[in-house]
Design a binder for this molecule. Structure first.
Ligand code: F6P
Length: 550
């Protein structure tokens, strides 16, 4: 029993039925599943918005999917979903609502937190962002010396960096190419140095993005950015108002830093950092792509929100993707999940998903405060597929680990490519389709022999297959499609956290390192005696000081 009297997840009949089913299915491969059902290739597919989702290359049958949906019903995934959409405080360890879905709600929606409709506030901030973005884009917002802003540097980390940085790359083709955008996150001074070294301070706007405005990396970089600017502009503090804006929930800290709160774009504690780039945290992105494209992106999020909220379990794509991950993680011992986009513009997409997924579901304590005895969130990893093919795909094809993967691709290249570059798109997508085929069906020893391969090489050239993949295909990569993709993964992560009975919306696991870093710093800088420093770390600090000549 859980501490709150509910049956533990892995003792429920639904879980046990899946364990048994997994044993029964053992050895049933994809070749067999496809042979048994000629309609599987088109039957095991779903559509959400512009996303065509093919899950036929998974090690599942109708019965597997039914049993997984029963697990979802037993764990009341849809009940928790409805509570989230209603604004209930489902982030129990922080006593907060989880309402990133309100960030893309239409103007006339009513979503209440503590009896107050939050939607008007969301749109007031969006309108203020749009007004500011338009002024920067049109050149009516000028810097301290009257020069037009040509560079925007976002300073933030984690959710205050990964989302806008990822989306900026994804939507490059929609950006104002006359603006330069840079993203600074690392407290390593090299990050800020490289970001600003070729910029004219008089033409540079810093967007300081921090939900709490206490994050040491961001506050440190923002302070250094301020010095860089003031040194170049003659030290006049008045310059800060024209070159610094803040994105935060913490007006007091923003004012304390010296940024006029009139230049602050607000969001709220019911937006988790890793769910925040469609809030004020997206300001730099909005400046780059313009308010209209930003709103198109929000519309895309909303399409998938509505689908997740209303589609029946059999057609609910985030539910399906979440359950497939559970099938492999909990019933096949898969430890990781690869996300492999076949689009150069999605280069940072998996890095973004790492925070979304791993900070949300990397938990070993359940909602009732006791340790879970089942696997929770996977290691999420991956880079654009074609590059991966020449690096780590060998291990996916012939290694000893089961690595389920998502393949994301588009039918059309972006419009602005030359005809010659557009023609490369078919080659890119030929790789996309070929890889999932090879992963699923492999190559038998007999097929290898039939090619005349000498017997001593047959085993080496055999591919076992049965590596499961989801294929997500859309016509083109647009702002709306990006919103759809992100919302799809947000809700997939939600589904998994709900089944695993963990709080997907806190992140206590990052706190200890932060506290210790603060404690260790005086040992590095001043050689201070830090109480409680273990022998290994003390020796390492001493070595560091020696190497630095201190
Ligand atoms: O990594 C921990 C974390 O709290 C993330 O959840 C968050 O996105 C990041 O730090 C940055 O926090 P903030 O926006 O408050 O600076």
């Amino acid at each position: 029993m859980n501490a709150d009297g509910r049956t533990r997840l892995n003792q429920t009949p639904e879980w046990t039925a899946l364990v048994k089913h997994r044993e029964e299915l053992d050895g049933t491969g994809l070749r067999e599943l496809f042979a048994a059902d000629p309609g599987r290739g088109s039957g095991y597919t779903l559509q959400v918005g512009d996303l065509y989702v093919d899950y036929s290359k998974h090690l599942v049958t109708d019965e597997t999917l039914r049993l997984l949906r029963e697990l979802a019903a037993a764990t009341d995934v849809f009940g928790l979903r409805d509570a989230m959409f209603r604004g209930e405080k489902i982030n129990t360890t922080e006593n907060r609502a989880v309402l990133h879905t309100a960030l893309r709600a239409p103007r006339d929606a009513v979503i209440e937190v503590d009896g107050e409709n939050v939607v008007p506030g969301v749109h007031a901030v969006l309108d203020k962002m749009a007004d500011f973005a338009d002024r920067v884009r049109s050149g009516t917002w000028t810097g301290h010396t009257g020069k037009r802003i040509r560079n925007v540097v976002n300073v933030g980390i984690g959710g205050s960096d990964l989302g806008p940085a990822m989306a900026y790359e994804v939507l490059r083709a929609f950006t104002d190419r006359d603006l330069t955008l840079r993203f600074v996150s690392n407290v390593d001074g090299a990050d800020l140095h490289e970001a600003v070294r070729d910029l004219d301070p008089a033409e540079t706007l810093f967007v300081i993005a921090s939900k709490t405005f206490t994050t040491i990396e961001t506050v440190t970089n923002a302070t250094s950015a301020r010095s860089w600017l003031l040194d170049a502009l003659g030290g006049d503090e008045a310059a800060v108002a024209k070159h610094f804006v803040a994105l935060s929930t913490n007006a007091e800290k923003v004012a304390g830093f010296g940024i006029d709160t009139a230049n602050m774009f607000e969001f709220w504690d019911w937006v988790g950092g890793r769910y925040s780039y469609d809030s004020a945290i997206g300001l730099a992105l909005m400046i780059a792509i313009g308010p209209a494209a930003f709103r198109e992106m929000l519309d895309g999020f909303r399409i998938v929100d509505e689908h997740f909220r209303t589609a029946p379990a059999e057609e609910n794509v985030p539910l399906l993707l979440g359950l497939l991950g559970i099938w492999y993680g909990n019933f096949h011992d898969a430890q990781s999940h690869a996300v492999l986009p076949y689009s150069h513009y999605l280069s940072n997409f998996t890095a973004y998903l790492q925070q979304l997924d791993m900070e949300s579901n990397g938990k070993y304590v359940g909602r009732d405060g006791t340790e879970v005895d089942w696997q929770t969130g996977p290691v999420v990893w991956g880079t654009p597929g074609t590059n991966g093919q020449h690096a780590y795909y060998q291990l996916i094809h012939q290694g000893t680990k089961l690595i389920p993967a998502d393949f994301i691709g588009f039918a059309e290249p972006v419009a602005e490519l030359s005809d010659e570059l557009k023609a490369q798109h078919d080659l890119l997508m030929a790789n996309f389709f070929a890889q999932t085929q090879a992963l699923a069906f492999g190559k038998t020893p007999d097929e290898v022999r039939a090619e005349g391969v000498p017997e001593e090489l047959v085993a080496h050239k055999t591919f076992r297959g049965d590596h499961p993949t989801t294929t997500i295909l859309a016509r083109a990569l647009t702002p709306s499609v990006l919103g759809q993709l992100v919302a799809l993964y947000e809700h997939k992560v939600f589904v998994q956290g709900a089944v695993w009975d963990i709080d997907s919306f806190d992140q206590w696991g990052v706190e200890l390192g932060k506290v210790l870093a603060k404690r260790v710093e005086p040992a590095l800088t001043e050689g201070a005696e830090v109480p409680g420093l273990d022998a290994s770390t003390r020796a390492l600090v001493a070595k560091y000081r020696e190497l630095r000549g201190r």
